[in-house]
Design a protein around this ligand. Structure first.
Ligand code: SF4
Length: 378
């Protein structure tokens, strides 16, 4: 299959659904790591269709969601500093910190500019030589290469008014944190295909051996996801804890060597706090000392501590799969996309936003109706 339509083929999807039902002898708990996969599962009614067959748990793979409130606070403080322009992806603007969001900071006079790429921020620095441009870098291994490229580009251009506030995180350590939790209910993982396109999946061999569970590298279309779930169920039923690559059209075991080298040139692995999950060992990246002149935390020094906020938000429980979004008492009541109380309701990849948008079904809907109407209507 080479073209996108084939990965949305309703008949093919229904056939794989049948094979999953036939293979599963118990409702295995499978966690998809990526927020994009979560949205696809809900948008196409796959989760509803597998009710009672497979329990889908939603993981922490939404970079906007896991960026700590304290990091948003620092970004807001920078935006409000005279002479500073804070460049950010649009997804981050409404995410609440402890004392408001970047949008609030903008409303208070902060200079916040929306960019589509870190290289846009470099361009902004070129065009505004008397200002300091700080790029707020969030994202997993997929987005780090372009941030690294921006740093190298700024260096090549001799820019002294560009730097990066880094909040980049790594996926596999978060999976390890979830798998090593004594309360973990996950039987197998669907690894995020796009992250593996960059990082590869060789390191998952050790993971599957240590945590005694299979990992299936999976894409994002309905047929991708159903194939990934079917493969994971098949492995679980066979007691086989290995790594399988469902996303062969994009992922190689070693990943993208050029992108990995780019990351390694500018960044190094470090412990990093995740929103709701605490500090995850080796869970993020920091700039290498030789590039510290492009590091906003080095350039701007200390920031005021901020505390409070998000008391009633259970994002940590949502991001680790301990609860589904509707189990949060605020879901759809105090917390909606218009009045978000936490990042998972703001982000376009957040699990709470996905449930709000796709899974608030009227009571009494018969099992199968959602998937038939959505998969059939693809
Ligand atoms: S529904 Fe809102 S308050 Fe509850 S966990 Fe999700 S983002 Fe937080």
């Amino acid at each position: 299959m080479k073209y996108l339509d084939e990965f949305r083929d309703p008949a093919l999807a229904q056939g794989i659904l049948g094979r999953i039902r036939h293979t599963a002898t118990r409702p295995w708990a499978i966690m998809e790591v990526c927020g994009g996969q979560t949205h696809s599962l809900l948008r196409h009614g796959i989760e509803q269709e597998l009710t009672g067959v497979v329990e889908l748990l939603h993981g922490p793979g939404c970079p906007v969601c896991v960026t700590p409130a304290a990091q948003i606070d620092i970004a807001c403080q920078l935006a409000l500093r005279p002479g500073v322009i804070l460049a950010s992806f649009g997804d981050m603007l409404r995410v609440p910190g402890n004392r408001g969001s970047l949008l609030n900071a903008k409303g208070q006079g902060g200079r916040v500019r929306l960019v589509y790429s870190p290289l846009d921020a470099v361009e902004l620095a070129k065009q505004n030589p008397t200002d300091e441009v700080v790029f707020f870098a969030v994202g997993f291994e997929t987005t780090v290469p372009t941030t690294a490229l921006a740093v190298l580009q700024a260096d090549r251009l001799g820019l002294t008014n560009f730097c990066v506030l880094t909040a980049h995180v790594r996926v596999q350590p978060a999976m390890e944190a979830i798998a090593s939790d004594p309360a973990c209910r996950v039987n197998g993982f669907l690894a995020a295909g796009h992250v593996c396109t960059v990082a590869g999946f060789e390191t998952y061999d050790e993971f599957t051996a240590r945590y005694n569970m299979p990992v299936v590298v999976t894409g994002f279309e309905p047929v991708d996801l159903l194939e990934g779930i079917h493969e994971c169920v098949r492995l679980l039923e066979a007691g086989s804890n290995v790594v399988v690559n469902q996303y062969e059209r994009s992922v190689r075991s070693a990943g993208n060597e050029t992108a990995r080298q780019l990351i390694d040139r500018v960044y190094q692995i470090a412990d990093r706090p995740w929103r709701g999950l605490g500090v995850i060992p080796r869970g993020g990246l920091v700039m290498r000392p030789e590039w510290s002149r492009f590091d906003a935390t080095t350039r701007f020094g200390e920031f005021a501590d901020c505390v409070g906020g998000e008391h009633d938000c259970r994002s940590g429980d949502v991001l680790s799969g301990r609860i589904r979004p509707p189990e949060c008492a605020q879901f759809g009541i105090g917390c909606t996309p218009e009045t978000p109380m936490g990042a998972p309701m703001v982000s376009s990849e957040g699990a709470c936003a996905a449930y709000y948008r796709y899974a608030r079904q009227p009571a009494g809907l018969e099992s199968g109706t959602v998937a038939e109407s959505r998969l059939g209507g693809l």
